[in-house]
Design a protein around this ligand. Structure first.
Ligand code: 8X3
Length: 254
């Protein structure tokens, strides 16, 4: 699936936000990027844009929660250099007392089981490269909780634990496991999806914050971690905007 010598980087959730920016960043860093997401049109357009810029990209529509489809996808590769598990997200911001169990289930399914599916399916190809890197996008929500965050925090803790456990289990094999934990990142879709299309509620998340992180900021961090010499494993990078000291301590200009 690739020209000899060009390492492949698979990015999940590459149709927008951090995933799309990471695909651009890794392509510019010399990887042949494979863009996956459910939205075929989006990833095909992004692949075309990357190819037009003189880099290499292909699009492969994929739902990471569909294990049979993920296994089928994995058969296309003998070796892979990098897997960025970015697909995921938040649904709702309800208290534990009233949160919808279906939201919790769906967040666990995408953020944890989706990451598990793709990581399990591609691990042999990552190992076969002799120098593989698995990136797991957790969140600062995977490190500390906040009111209304319950379901998302639980799911992102799952993603964090997946990264930490995998790193222990495969030590000695040629695959690094990198966890990137972003705080407040303003993207087109994260908060709007969380609040089911309510753009007013979504805008309040960032109200008065001078400079929330952008998708490019996080993509830059991921690309940096991935392009360190292969004996250097960036276990965990927590990255927040300067205006955010913790999940609940955010400086807002009135
Ligand atoms: C996003 C960070 O604060 O919205 O992963 O949970 S937060």
């Amino acid at each position: 699936m690739t020209a000899a010598g060009t390492p492949i980087a698979v990015v999940t959730g590459a149709s927008s936000g951090i995933g799309a920016a990471t695909a651009r960043g890794l392509a510019a860093a010399g990887y042949r990027v494979v863009l996956t997401a459910r939205r075929k049109d989006r990833i095909e357009a992004l692949a075309a844009e990357i190819n037009e810029a003189g880099h290499q990209a292909t699009a492969y529509p994929l739902d990471v929660t569909d294990r049979a489809a993920v296994d089928e996808f994995a058969t296309a590769f003998r070796t892979i250099g990098v897997l960025v598990n970015n697909a995921g997200g938040a649904l709702g911001a309800d208290p534990v007392a009233t949160g919808d169990p279906d939201d919790w289930r769906q967040m666990y399914e995408t953020n944890v089981i989706g990451t598990l599916n793709v990581t399990q399916a591609l691990l042999p190809a990552l190992e076969a490269s002799g120098d593989g890197t698995v990136v797991i996008l957790s969140s600062t929500a995977g490190h500390a909780t906040y009111e209304g965050g319950g379901g998302y925090v639980a799911a992102k803790n799952g993603a964090r634990v997946l990264a930490e456990t995998l790193r222990l289990e495969i030590v000695g094999r040629p695959v690094r496991v990198v966890e990137i934990a972003p705080g407040m990142v303003k993207t087109d879709e994260f908060a709007t999806t969380r609040f089911r299309g309510d753009t007013e509620k979504a805008a309040k998340v960032y109200a008065g914050v001078a400079e929330p992180l952008t998708a490019d900021d996080v993509a830059d961090t991921i690309t940096w971690a991935v392009t360190r010499p292969s004996h250097v494993n960036i276990d965990l990078l927590v990255v927040r905007p300067r205006a955010q000291a913790s999940n609940t301590k955010v400086h807002r200009e009135s």
